[in-house]
Design a protein around this ligand. Structure first.
Ligand SMILES: Cc1ncc(COP(=O)(O)O)c(C=O)c1O
Length: 401
């Protein structure tokens, strides 16, 4: 007797979730651990957004909605794409789901045939390869190392393309690297894609607003308008408005793709909870000042972490350009021994050692590029300062090779 389907055999649970769970378990035993595993803003959702959900529920917005999302929310999303990204989409080119993750899941379920390939520039968001595998596809994971700013280059893209390529994923600012693409870099990738009309492009722009050093965000859709009928622009309210638990993501793309995704949605969750959609509407249409406040806090914390890591011999970190993670190189630690005599053989061993030193971080292996570890910088300055002090002490306590 087995409970589990074959398709699940190769799929791993989320590594960042697993790290967080391990940290929680240690804390429950009384161990003092700082959890820098999961990435979610530590700010409360702005009150006007919370109120909008209450009001909607009290006013009877408690029924199923259209699978694609309420017409008013889709109109607000169309307006957001116009206002912030210079993109024109009609309502039947927009869909809403329970988070950007479900948007991606719906898109892959709607499009992947067995053996179809998805190119995932590496390091990648942990869920991408697992979703691709779960839905019968094959992840193709070209390395995009630190010396190219963790960005996909046209040459690396070209080499990864095969007749089975169905999707190219882009994620900017990137999780875990923070990498951002300039319009010219996107256009250079677009020039390669123009020669391969069988490829769809998924641009995950969920960290759009968390961008540093005065950069302006360029959507893939704006950089490569000629690829509009092959592009799915993915976004959501989770990171921009401190709304991770509200579970609202959305996307804009060609109507036939959106229609297929809506079919998946209608036969699975039916629709997103109506009061949550009202909250997302308030987020998109309401005051936008929280975005600048959150962004400033994340930039200050980014600076704090970059300065702190620079004082630790053996660790490397170029300033992340966006998002709220630091993807820290730890090549110089590999092969070193702990005071207990254990050798740090890889980045998983490094994060296990850091956990015993009071900091939970995620190993680079979870993102496909080693040896690195990721910490989330979405926590208070005081907690980050203490975490860096612990990492510094732990590294200093290692025996030389
Ligand atoms: C790159 C990326 N895409 C999507 C998501 C998930 O977004 P949502 O909470 O809207 O499902 C995350 C969350 O960590 C992410 O890092």
């Amino acid at each position: 007797m087995t409970y589990v389907a074959d398709r699940l055999a190769a799929v791993k649970p989320s590594a960042s979730m697993a790290v967080s769970m391990a940290a929680k378990a240690l804390r429950a035993q009384g161990v003092d651990v700082i959890d820098l595993g999961l990435g979610e803003p530590d700010f409360p959702t702005p009150p006007h957004i919370v109120e909008a959900a209450f009001k909607a529920a009290a006013a009877g917005e408690t029924l199923y909605t259209a699978s694609a999302g309420t017409p008013t929310l889709r109109a607000a999303i169309a307006e957001k794409f116009k206002r912030e990204n210079g993109l024109d989409y009609l309502q039947d080119e927009i869909t809403v789901a329970n988070g950007a993750k479900q948007i991606i899941f719906n898109a892959l379920l709607a499009t992947l045939n067995p053996g179809d390939e998805a190119i995932l520039p590496t390091p990648y968001f942990v869920s991408y390869p697992e979703m691709v595998k779960l839905l019968g596809g094959v992840p193709v994971t070209p390395a995009c190392p630190a010396d190219t700013g963790f960005r996909l280059t046209p040459e690396v893209l070209q080499a990864a393309i095969t007749p089975r390529t169905k999707w190219l994923f882009l994620n900017m600012p990137g999780n875990p690297s923070g990498a951002v693409y300039a319009a010219t870099e996107l256009q250079a990738l677009g020039a390669v894609l123009a020669q391969h009309p069988h490829i769809l492009i998924l641009s995950d722009e969920i960290y759009e607003h968390i961008l540093f050093d005065g950069r302006t965000f360029v959507s893939f859709g704006a950089a490569c308008p000629d690829l509009r009928d092959r592009s799915l622009i993915v976004n959501g309210v989770a990171k921009a408005y401190a709304m991770t638990g509200w579970r609202i993501g959305y996307a804009a793309g060609p109507a036939p793709l959106i229609k297929a995704m809506n079919t998946v949605q209608s036969q699975s969750v039916t629709s997103v909870a109506a009061p949550m959609q009202a909250a997302a509407l308030a987020a998109l249409n309401g005051p936008q000042d929280c975005i600048a406040q959150f962004r400033a806090a994340f930039e200050r914390r980014r600076d704090l972490v970059v300065a702190g890591i620079a004082t630790i011999p053996g660790l490397t970190l170029a300033p992340p350009e966006g998002a709220f993670y630091a993807y820290i190189g730890c090549a110089a630690l590999i092969g070193k021994r702990t005071a207990k005599g254990e050798t740090l053989t890889d980045d998983t061993a490094v994060t296990q050692y850091l956990l015993t030193s009071g900091v939970a971080a995620v190993p680079g292996t979870a993102y496909g590029l080693s040896p690195f570890f990721r910490i989330s910088t979405a926590t208070s300055d005081a907690v980050l300062t203490e975490a860096i002090a612990r990492i510094k002490a732990a590294v200093a306590a290692l025996e030389p090779k």
